[in-house]
Design a protein around this ligand. Structure first.
Ligand code: TYM
Length: 347
């Protein structure tokens, strides 16, 4: 008989997402992730947001810089509207379930699944034999992040879709192999006009913190002048803006800037085009720069303020970790039980 199909509806709604502390955060992280994370929290859903430091070390990180970047991501969460009282905000390595469940999932997932991941192929490059074993197993840890809390929904940008699909495969295989109805089949939430914010230098490439050109991205730490300069220099074509979305077909650079405008102003792309129909980039770019500075300026200022108080950030992460531990520990214990581990030590 076929196994019953698991739907997230069978589990209480719980949101989990994470950000790597592996470099400075970009406008892509803000629009594709942080801003939407705060919206989910404000909708009153139970939300857990994590700084995934264990994921960051799948490629080399200088220890002191890693600590700094971890605090910076925590500051970015808070400055973007994550309230550590309403959401659970913490760093991954302080909660055991992540690494421990990842090991179990390493034994559930297949190596072939990992080799198929485009992010692994991109990051490992031509010399994949020389990449860390952790980089290959990265999605297994990501599945553990999500499933250690039986999270039902995961807001992410488009680039993480394949990893969430793998999380679903791991959950389904675990449920199937152990004949249980234990893990939800998590839904990705990839919504809005900014699920893939593009490079300012190439509208066909994702804006990324790892791009060698700093001109390709807006960093959340950039000041107003830098933001304005980068937008002024952004790659465009010579045509005026069209009056509808179809008119952006074959114009990736133009489309990208209009999408950024839409996401920053909480409007649809169509609505923005109605306002700027026929405008040249000489008009549109300064309007976009003003909007970006208006929206990002307060976030950068708040991040800078928080970064002056590293002890306070560490205390917030510690309190969040305790709350995360309280949810994930019983789930992890159940997993050990299901798998057949003896748990006779009283803790
Ligand atoms: P990371 O740290 O690369 O990115 C964090 C979030 O930002 C989104 N993002 C973008 N969205 C739109 N446009 C862009 N240009 C852009 N660049 C980045 C990402 O999609 C992501 O949502 N593996 C994850 C971190 C992670 C995670 C998890 C996420 C670890 N465990 C569990 C969700 C659930 C990553 O490297 O994201």
């Amino acid at each position: 008989m076929a196994e019953p199909v698991q739907t997230p509806q069978a589990f209480p709604t719980r949101i989990f997402s994470g950000i790597q502390p592996s470099g400075s955060l970009t406008l892509g992280n803000y629009l594709g992730a942080l801003k939407r994370f705060a919206q989910k929290q404000d909708e009153g859903i139970e939300t857990l947001y994590c700084v995934v430091d264990l994921h960051a070390i799948t490629v080399w990180q200088d220890p002191e810089k890693l600590r700094q970047q971890t605090r910076e991501v925590a500051a970015a969460y808070i400055a973007s509207g994550i309230d550590p009282k309403r959401s659970i905000l913490y760093n991954q390595s302080q909660v055991r379930a992540h690494a421990e469940l990842a090991w179990i999932f390493n034994c559930v997932a297949r190596i072939g699944w990992m080799y198929r991941m485009t992010q692994f192929k991109d990051k490992a490059g031509a010399n994949s034999e020389n990449s860390s074993l952790g980089l290959l197993a990265y999605p297994s840890l990501m599945a553990a992040d999500i499933l250690a809390f039986k999270a039902t929904h995961v807001p992410v940008g488009e680039d993480q879709k394949q990893h969430i699909e793998l999380t679903r495969d791991i959950a389904a295989k675990f449920n199937h192999d152990y004949k249980v109805n234990f893990f939800p089949i998590t839904e990705p939430l990839i919504e809005g006009p900014a699920t893939k914010v593009m490079s300012l230098r190439d509208g066909t490439k994702k804006m990324s913190k790892s791009d060698p050109s700093d001109q390709s991205r807006i960093n959340l730490t950039d000041d107003a002048d830098t933001i304005a300069k980068k937008i002024r220099k952004a790659k465009t074509d010579a045509e005026p803006l069209p009056d509808n979305v179809e008119g952006l077909e074959g114009r990736p650079d133009a489309r990208s800037l209009v999408n950024i405008y839409a996401a920053l102003s909480d409007r649809t792309t169509a609505d923005v085009l109605t306002e700027f129909a026929g405008a040249q980039f000489g008009t549109f770019k300064p309007a976009l720069a003003d909007l970006a500075v208006e929206k990002l300026g307060p976030i950068t200022a708040e991040m800078n303020r928080l970064m002056q108080e590293p002890d306070e950030i560490d205390a917030i992460l510690g309190r969040g970790a305790e709350r995360a531990e309280a949810i994930s520990s019983p789930i992890l214990n159940d997993v050990y039980d299901i798998v057949g581990m003896i748990r006779s030590r009283q803790v």
